[in-house]
Design a protein. Structure first.
Length: 364
């Protein structure tokens, strides 16, 4: 429906935990979340997606099959929400469909996401907006992070300098000054290295509340070696992903027979330290700090961040959007901007040459 303010947002993050879908009413930047569902990936699909992050035999064909699977899971979730909430496809303006990133290389000016937008539109009978990153990339930007534009419109304060820390697979910061241009950039690994390491050693997908990390000790030498990574000395704009931070990255830095729990503890410290260090370097006058993303559930990580930043960190729930749903809502918001032909990138964040309308529209 052309004048509808109802949209779906769909997000699959670097952590590869599954697909998040939100139905939201967005009216003049007033957000009303109607429904939210998470569909976890099956172990088979997760493994196949993980394999696509590096060159594999027949990976082009595999990516097509996985794109269709991603769209089918998403469509099933969307259609279930429509039925539950008694809406018709015609009631919905669009679906903001990020897809699942499998390669991100801003230096070479490309970012690849799986997820078949044509099939999703066909199965839901709703217009789909997707491929947000590449429009920013060809304009000289990093193509990421994209959510700071949403943070600015929804979370800014006229009286306080605010910071939003998003901790998914990768961690990133949005600096929202009470006056002036916003800043946003990736800091480095969020949950991604800890998830890899606990999967390798305990065959579970994540370290709940950081309890395994808390049982270990920081290995100072290993932490110093981790911090030698060139990405950590880059100045914004900067973005990264699983292409760089992965299990081989960890293993290449292990020089001794360290206890696995101590490595996990050090990887958590790496995440906390790099976030705190970037806050100190590039936005050291923040008065209020909020966290979103899956890392917001890691109690020990938040504890370490509080110590290193000396700021009381709150979840974005206190700003009326649940921490686990911020990115998903953001892609609904980005899609609405695209449909309305409004600029929806942040040149001060990505380094793009100017304002652009991101996203390709697949009309139902």
């Amino acid at each position: 429906m052309e004048n509808s303010s109802l949209l779906f947002g769909v997000m699959s993050g670097t952590s590869l935990d599954g697909i998040d879908v939100v139905l939201v009413d967005i009216n003049n930047n007033i957000i009303n979340i109607i429904d939210f569902q998470h569909r976890p990936y099956s172990p088979e699909i997760r493994s196949k997606i993980l394999n696509l992050h590096s060159p594999q035999h027949n990976d082009l064909e595999e990516s097509i099959f996985l794109s269709k699977s991603h769209a089918k899971i998403t469509a099933d979730c969307i259609n279930a929400i429509l039925k539950k909430r008694n809406f018709n496809p015609k009631d919905i303006l669009a679906i903001g469909y990020h897809g699942q990133t499998i390669r991100h290389n801003p230096v070479a000016e490309y970012s690849i996401q799986i997820g078949d937008s044509h099939l999703l539109s066909e199965l839901t009978e709703i217009t789909v907006v997707s491929d947000f990153r590449n429009r920013d990339l060809v304009a000289g930007g990093q193509g990421a992070p994209l959510v700071p534009a949403f943070h600015k419109e929804i979370f800014s304060s006229k009286s306080k300098n605010r910071g939003i820390i998003n901790i998914g697979g990768i961690s990133n910061i949005t600096y929202l000054p009470k006056k002036g241009s916003i800043l946003g950039f990736d800091c480095g690994p969020g949950n991604i290295l800890m998830d890899h390491w606990i999967k390798e050693n305990k065959n579970i997908n994540f370290d709940k509340s950081g309890s395994w990390a808390k049982s270990g000790r920081v290995i100072d030498v290993f932490l110093k070696d981790c911090l030698k990574e060139k990405f950590f000395i880059k100045k914004p704009p900067k973005s990264t992903g699983r292409d760089l931070f992965n299990l081989p990255w960890i293993k290449n830095l292990i020089k001794k027979n360290y206890a696995p729990a101590d490595i996990q503890r050090t990887l958590l410290e790496l995440t906390a330290f790099t976030i705190a260090e970037n806050l100190n370097k590039f936005c050291n006058d923040i008065e209020e700090l909020y966290v979103c993303g899956g890392g917001g559930e890691n109690k020990f990580l938040l504890e370490r961040l509080g110590v290193l930043t000396n700021i009381n960190i709150k979840k974005t729930d206190s700003l009326n959007i649940p921490a686990q749903q911020v990115e998903t809502v953001a892609f609904a918001w980005l899609a609405q901007k695209t449909i309305n032909k409004d600029f929806n990138n942040s040149p001060s964040v990505t380094g793009a040459r100017g304002l652009r309308v991101l996203g390709a529209i697949h009309i139902s």
